[in-house]
Design a protein. Structure first.
Length: 97
């Protein structure tokens, strides 16, 4: 039972209209695998260590940078399909004159 003084009519929820649907970041970028060795080498240099002390870190960074990259990942086609199917979902739009 509704409280006294309130309307019993059901008010439909009005949503904003959108011109297109898009997912912001469908593909999460993987972190750079060379970030750890580079950070360790920069910390070693910042600590004021001699170049000989940081040699093993420099070699690790060079090995990481020179390593072959893996195969390129395919991009997610979700935004393409949303753009293609949105007119069927939303229905016809009024043209602004």
């Amino acid at each position: 039972m509704p409280p006294k003084g309130s309307s019993t009519a059901i008010n439909p929820i009005r949503l904003q209209t959108v011109s297109r649907i898009k997912i912001r970041h469908p593909d999460k970028a993987e972190p750079n695998p060379c970030l750890g060795p580079m950070s360790a080498m920069l910390n070693c240099w910042a600590a004021g260590a001699a170049s000989g002390d940081c040699g093993h870190l420099e070699k690790a960074l060079r090995d990481c940078v020179d390593a072959p990259k893996g195969p390129k990942k395919d991009k997610s086609p979700i935004n393409h399909h949303l753009a293609r199917l949105f007119p069927n979902i939303a229905g016809p739009r009024k043209r602004r004159t």
